[in-house]
Ligand binder design. Structure first.
Ligand code: CO
Length: 330
């Protein structure tokens, strides 16, 4: 079984204020041999454990969950898309090189994905190329760059480059809106993240991105594509009945694009998994857990292993076959 959605937080990154000359970057407060706190300024952002940086812990958890291989992606907090590109380039290089160190002990069981300074498409392409040469197998991007979504000309240029060099792209929601209604109950993660992903799938369809990138682009949306699969019918209806407002640059109805991307299986309920398969197809859903974060699925892959409606051929696709194709390994 391959888990395509996991995160790393390396230890021992340098003082990013010294590296970039600007304030407000995350830093790690070491709270013990196996505990640390990601800090943003003086604010405690997220407590993390050794499984975030220690391959031995990660491999032990994989063994316990029956996972053979993991895609190990950055944690979006460190993307820095809102920063001047020169700063984000330096930080991306640091974290990408540290990710390779983190996964080294796992051999080919841990598959590193890199981050890129997406606010600067040329620099993003260069960093991707550098990372692919250094051992990364693909790239994780945030679902937007400030007010620019995945139909932004620069982002499209980057995605075209990914298709050209055969790099798989994992799209992760991040930088969610905040405010009094969202800054409680983890609402930014519970309703904000699925809405962010939904909006970015819309941008790729209605903004014409899928019409501008080749079919060969292998792209996966996290968290089962967010709210999109549930609301595709509403979108199709709007495209036909309010086309003057909705069609944008899309050449075909939204449902025609539903087989252009992969999604992970981090939806928890078998009924939601069934909807995913009905929407994007049994060749487009892959196990993804969001390990090691607490909103992720443990044991990883449980909903796929336990879903009674899957026959064994379908289950095999979701457990590994589709991921091998996404990664370009089959
Ligand atoms: Co995640």
């Amino acid at each position: 079984m391959i888990d395509v959605h996991t995160h790393v937080v390396p230890r021992g990154w340098p003082d990013l204020r010294a590296v970039t000359g600007s304030d407000g970057w995350p830093w790690l407060r070491i709270d013990g041999e196996r505990e640390a706190m990601i800090m943003v300024g003086e604010v405690e952002y997220r407590p993390i454990g050794a499984e975030c940086w220690d391959a031995a812990d990660r491999l032990a958890d994989m063994a316990a969950d029956g996972i053979d291989r993991q895609v190990v992606s950055p944690t979006p907090l460190f993307f820095g898309y809102e920063r001047p590109a020169g700063e984000a380039i330096k930080v991306a290089r640091i974290f990408n090189d540290l990710n390779l160190e983190c996964v080294a002990a796992g051999g080919d069981r841990l598959i590193p994905f890199c981050q890129v300074p997406l606010q600067d498409p040329d620099a993003a392409c260069r960093e991707l190329d550098r990372c692919l040469a250094a051992g990364h197998a693909g790239v994780e991007i945030g679902n937007h760059v400030g007010d620019r979504d995945l139909d932004d000309a620069g982002v499209v240029e980057f995605l075209q480059h990914c298709a050209e060099v055969g790099a798989p792209v994992f799209v992760h929601p991040w930088d969610m809106p905040s405010g009094p209604r969202l800054d409680r109950w983890m609402a930014r993660w519970l309703s904000g993240m699925p809405a962010e992903t939904h909006l970015s799938v819309l941008a790729m369809i209605l903004g014409g991105t899928f019409d501008q990138v080749p079919n060969s682009l292998r792209l996966c949306f996290a968290h089962g594509g967010g709210s999109f699969p549930f609301w595709l019918g509403r979108l199709d209806n709007a495209w036909h009945r309010r086309g003057e407002l909705v069609r944008g640059r899309s050449s075909r109805p939204p449902g025609d694009y539903a087989d252009r991307f992969f999604v992970d299986s981090a939806v928890f309920h078998p009924s939601a998994l069934r909807l995913l398969i009905d929407t994007v197809g049994e060749d487009r859903v892959m196990v993804g857990s969001d390990y090691p974060y607490p909103l992720g699925e443990r044991p990883a892959g449980q909903v796929v292993r336990q879903a009674e409606f899957l026959d064994e051929a379908q289950r095999a696709k979701l457990l590994s076959g589709n991921a091998l194709r996404f990664l370009g390994l089959a």
